[in-house]
Ligand binder design. Structure first.
Ligand SMILES: Cc1cc2nc3c(=O)[nH]c(=O)nc-3n(C[C@H](O)[C@H](O)[C@H](O)COP(=O)(O)OP(=O)(O)OC[C@H]3O[C@@H](n4cnc5c(N)ncnc54)[C@H](O)[C@@H]3O)c2cc1C
Ligand code: SF4
Length: 340
């Protein structure tokens, strides 16, 4: 097949990068449009990755190397998409007009804004942070909300997920295992700290995830408390008080902490709605892009030549995202072959 930049990938996170890598391997020349100043998406903000504690830098460096000759527009967004007789004409915010036969949306997710759950005190109490803040702290070691020697640390699961009031009834899939990963990392840094995970139920479906959980209890002594947090407040000495119902022990618990980490969930990227409406494509009830079929065709839209990769259709881990990106690349390849 001829390679003439007739595929546009919108979004340069891990999904967009893997789609580009695969298309390149198939002899095609995709173009990536990324609205931020660099590739990597959310993954670039995580310090190391479950389940093998892979350093993120190592993973991204491989992509950087392999995508060296792929045309990437950073700091660029889609201004408009117009249907042509064959394909689409896409106007980019950098002034270029890009005719293309196929488009892959790899525009990802947003992290739930933890301040919306006011009762947990994010942005109000001094020592309440999110999972994303903690990843940044692992990377930089600098965040004045993280005390120098915390004696007790808590993790609250399901923040903004499985929560009708927060407008998101979905499970975010990645935050139980992220909480366990981060709890272990904190225990390694602060061996004398008591660490608590407050969860509704644990959703650990991936390869090695259950082992991670067993190790967290057996080797690191992390306490898992089943029950919703009912109250978070600040004590007079600036610590964080968490009250919860321990539904396994059948009694209320009250713990004083030096740091509380909120496991903010994965929610839809609402900016995708403008892209969807530009091509008259529906979005799902949960706000993510709607696949043509959630079993047989998750990476396909119901529009000619438009495909999806990664978390723009719902919460996913990196391996799942990569698998879908490969599938999207194959969809594009077959589509172009058919429409030649
Ligand atoms: C706290 C946390 C920790 C995690 N840790 C792990 C882990 O250790 N292991 C694991 O397997 N998974 C982990 N995950 C899941 C992982 O982050 C996702 O699977 C991955 O980020 C999905 O990649 P993506 O490319 O689909 O989306 P994103 O990472 O969201 O990337 C989307 C990209 O598209 C760009 N974009 C969006 N809209 C536009 C537009 N209109 N125009 C141009 N560009 C656009 C964005 O700027 C971004 O670069 C974690 C998730 C969370 C929340
Ligand atoms: S993965 Fe765990 S913490 Fe995240 S929403 Fe699902 S149950 Fe809650």
């Amino acid at each position: 097949m001829k390679s003439n930049n007739d595929i546009l990938i919108v979004g340069g996170g891990i999904a967009g990068m893997e789609t580009a890598r695969q298309l390149k391997a198939l002899g095609l020349s995709p173009v990536i449009v990324e609205k931020s100043s660099s590739l990597g998406g959310h993954v670039a903000n995580w310090n190391c990755l479950f389940p093998d504690m892979t350093p993120t830098r190592k993973l991204l460096a491989q992509y950087e190397e392999e995508l060296k000759d792929v045309l990437v527009y950073t700091d660029t967004e889609i201004v408009s998409i117009n249907r042509l007789q064959k394909g689409y004409s896409i106007v980019l915010s950098n002034g270029t007009v890009h005719p293309c036969k196929s488009v892959v949306f790899a525009t990802g997710f947003k992290l739930f804004e933890a301040e919306k759950k006011e009762e947990y005190g994010y942005g109000i109490y001094d020592h309440v942070i999110t999972n994303a803040d903690l990843e940044a702290w692992f990377e930089t070691g600098s965040d004045e909300r993280v005390p120098e020697k915390p004696a007790a640390i808590g993790f609250v699961h399901c923040v903004g997920s499985r929560d009708i009031k927060a407008g998101n009834t979905q499970c975010s899939k990645v935050c139980c295992i992220t909480a366990i990963k981060q709890a272990i990392e904190m225990k390694e840094k602060f061996p004398n700290a008591e660490i608590y995970c407050f969860y509704m139920d644990l959703r650990l479906f991936g390869k090695k995830y259950e082992d991670f959980y067993i190790n967290a209890q057996r080797d690191f002594g992390i306490h898992f408390i089943r029950g919703r947090v009912s109250e978070v407040s600040e004590t007079i000495d600036g610590r964080v008080m968490v009250k919860a119902e321990d539904t396994l022990a059948g009694k209320p618990v009250k713990v004083r902490l030096d740091l509380l980490v909120l496991m903010a969930g994965i929610v839809c990227n609402k900016e995708n709605h403008a892209l969807a409406s530009a091509v008259q494509m529906p979005v799902d009830d949960d706000g993510f892009f709607r696949s043509r079929d959630n079993i047989a065709a998750i990476t396909e839209s119901d529009k000619d030549g438009i495909f999806f990769a990664g978390t723009c259709t719902g919460p996913k881990t990196i391996p799942e995202t990569l698998a879908e990106a490969r599938s999207a690349a194959l969809n594009v390849y077959n589509y172009l072959k058919k429409s030649k």
